[in-house]
Design a protein around this ligand. Structure first.
Ligand SMILES: Cc1cc2nc3c(=O)[nH]c(=O)nc-3n(C[C@H](O)[C@H](O)[C@H](O)COP(=O)(O)O)c2cc1C
Length: 244
């Protein structure tokens, strides 16, 4: 069984692609109310995006609830550049026999002006390389071969401790979210929010206090009407759907 969390589709695509290659099932963590029985599973995998060199909060809390069985376990993170020590840390909550990172198109557009979506050619190249890497990962998982192939980047300890702590405690505010006049009140953001933090009031989305910062609402808005403070106004939007 492969469990995944995904904001803009990269990790969902990885989980579903891998599931079809190893003849397994991929389940969305944000839609699971009760964890299914796992005792008969050959392998248990967690697939998720990197948020500030850590695993997203819903993934960490899900991993804490998972029971270790005799199954081979693995974690695969998708990231724009590097993952720090996210998988080593997650493995303390749920032991992972194998850990991988896959570089995928970046969706973090709420930082400085240099943090935008990547050029189309870059996105295509990254998805192509990840596809090739998944072929190898498939073989290794099928052989239950323990592997640690993670791009940790520079200063991984510092990034996955202090920076990740700062992100989880201060950066996940929803205050900067707003919609422009382009908002049609379609309600897709409310329907799709994995944190269930958005509700429509007078046909306009209103965000509760905090969210996972998956940025799905911003990237998937059909009218590109959702902004986050001043940081997203002149930036592109990304979903893997555009590339499949
Ligand atoms: C809040 C946030 C923080 C991020 N932090 C990192 C990071 O620390 N390192 C990195 O390489 N990519 C980072 N990214 C980029 C994503 O990990 C990457 O684009 C990922 O593949 C998105 O997966 P998804 O489409 O499944 O949501 C971040 C993205 C978001 C939204």
């Amino acid at each position: 069984m492969i469990f995944y969390f995904s904001g803009t589709g990269n990790s969902r695509w990885v989980a579903q692609t891998l599931a079809s290659m190893i003849n397994d099932t991929a389940s969305d963590i944000s839609k699971i109310e009760v964890i299914p029985p796992l005792t008969d599973e050959q392998q248990i995998g967690l697939v998720f995006p990197i948020y500030a060199w850590g695993a997203p909060e819903p993934v960490v809390s899900f991993a804490k609830k998972l029971q270790q069985t005799g199954a081979f376990t693995f974690g695969i993170c998708t990231c724009g550049a590097d993952a720090g020590m996210a998988l080593r840390k997650l493995s303390k909550n749920f032991h992972l026999d194998s850990c991988y990172s896959l570089m995928m198109p970046n969706n973090y557009i709420i930082g400085g002006t240099n943090m935008d979506v990547e050029k189309k050619e870059n996105c295509i190249q990254k998805i192509k390389s990840a596809s090739a890497a998944l072929q190898i990962i498939t073989q290794e998982i099928t052989q239950k071969k323990p592997v640690y192939r993670v791009e940790e980047g520079a200063f991984p300890r510092l990034k996955s401790s202090i920076a990740n702590w700062g992100f989880n405690h201060f950066a996940k505010t929803t205050k900067p979210f707003y919609t422009t006049d382009a908002c049609t009140g379609c309600g897709l953001c409310e329907k799709n929010c994995p944190a269930h933090t958005i509700t429509l009031h007078d046909k306009k989305p209103v965000w509760d206090k905090s969210c996972f910062q998956c940025l799905r609402c911003i990237h998937e808005c059909p009218a590109a009407a959702i902004q986050y403070g001043a940081s997203t106004a002149n930036k592109g939007r990304y979903t893997i759907q555009k590339y499949l």
